[in-house]
Design a binder for this molecule. Sequence first.
Ligand code: SAM
Length: 511
Amino acid sequence: MNTGHGYVTDIVYSSGYYVEQSPRLMALVALLTGQHARMPGPDEAFHFLDIGSGRGFTALVMAVANPGWTVTGIDFNPAHLAEAREMAARAGIRNCRFIEADLAQFDDAELPEVDAASLHGVWTWVSDAVRAGVLRLLERRLAPGGLCHVSYNLLPGWAGMVGLQRLVRETGLRLADRADRQVERGFEVVRHLFGPLGEATDERTRAMLQMLADKPSAYLAHEFMNADWRPCFHADVAAAFSKAGLSYVGSSHALDSIAEVTLPPAALEMARKFSDSAMTELIKDVTLGRPLRHDIYVRGGSRIAMVARDDILRGLTLGLALPHSQRRLGIPTPMGEIGMNPAFYEPVFARLAQGVASVEELLSLARPSGASPASDNPAELAALLVGTGQAVLVPAPGRAMTAPARALNGMMFASQAAGTAMTETVAFAVPALGGGFKMPAAGALAVLRQQERSESAVEGASLSLPDRDTIERWAAEAMGDRPEMRAALAIGMESFLRDSRSTLEALGIRC
Ligand SMILES: C[S@@+](CC[C@H](N)C(=O)[O-])C[C@H]1O[C@@H](n2cnc3c(N)ncnc32)[C@H](O)[C@@H]1O
């Protein structure tokens, strides 16, 4: 196995787009927690840095969907950079560049100041020297007031896996082979010792093993075969970032900041006895045993007056992220669901089903009927709709798909859906969203084929749904002589277009 600073380099990582890295989502969370934050428009000058950018999907999506931005990705694996640069060139994306550098000794003299940064899947997988390099980079190059997202494997959520990770890695190292084959051998030993589904482990470890069971070996190699993999407590990450002048803002998952939603009653009562955020976060992490955090930090943040904050939130535009029929008026919590007031939220969902709308307009819907005071609260509306995944920010309403975005989407689809049963989720870059939108691979294939049809249709004319023969032809082209998969794919494509088409079209995804 080849490594750089103990990190796997002989097999490429799996590819993906992660919405948590979006600077606009970071800004929304910061505003919700009362921090000043810049909500950059897609045509404004803005520099986003993806640290450890992997195969580059998130960086490329951000660049193609925000033509005014400059996006920089840094990674030291030349195979990752080659693929990312090739995709940028083939799609004609000119506002994104990828720098080949080792973060432990990156000379940032040539890098202009960045307005937001993200490191996804990096922090707990690399050595102290690399972590120090990341902090140096943030301290020197992240603009004052700039936000940074960092995801990491969490303690105590991973505690039960520490021994198994060591077992997998040590087993693998005894095999002179590539990291993906090493990790496969390591998991054979785990299955032999603890049963095919980890039956002989504790409940949390079993859940983790099940979650990992269908992950590709390339992903597992980058998760389990690094020399310096160490899950962390939140307080230790916050302390390290604080040395670089960054302080904790909140979680990328908007509802996480609402302790009433996140915590069971006893834990909530205890959290309220302490006023510091590190203690609240520790109580959450210990109680919930979750394995991963997505934190947002600010470099020199300042508080924003609530009136000014609410004005910004009222001006945001939201779009429905799922078909209206799939809306839920419940927020999942550890104690079951908390209901969302139907008198307020039903009209909101009904309005969004007609197309995108501003938070201001959505708030006004329930006011005349004298709904609860919460209905005057733009922060609650945005947090609940975006935090439950039922709405997305739409910074460029009405903006159509561009040729570079379409080209990128075709390439990302080919890369992500290759060899899968089309049940995976894949991402599309969407200019109206200034970011990506995830959908099942079967649905994405249907959208891509519909977009090919739309190229020959009259501009602006509505596109008809494909007939059964057309859908079956598309499925046959994708699945060849695997009749069962072909049939399942055809059903998946047909139902996706039928159920999701109006939702997608409202977001600028013509299909
Ligand atoms: C788990 S992957 C995550 C990639 C990407 N952020 C994503 O989520 O798809 C970690 C990435 O960090 C990169 N990396 C690890 N150590 C590095 C170092 N010392 N310098 C630069 N990049 C490094 C790896 O090459 C890899 O692409």
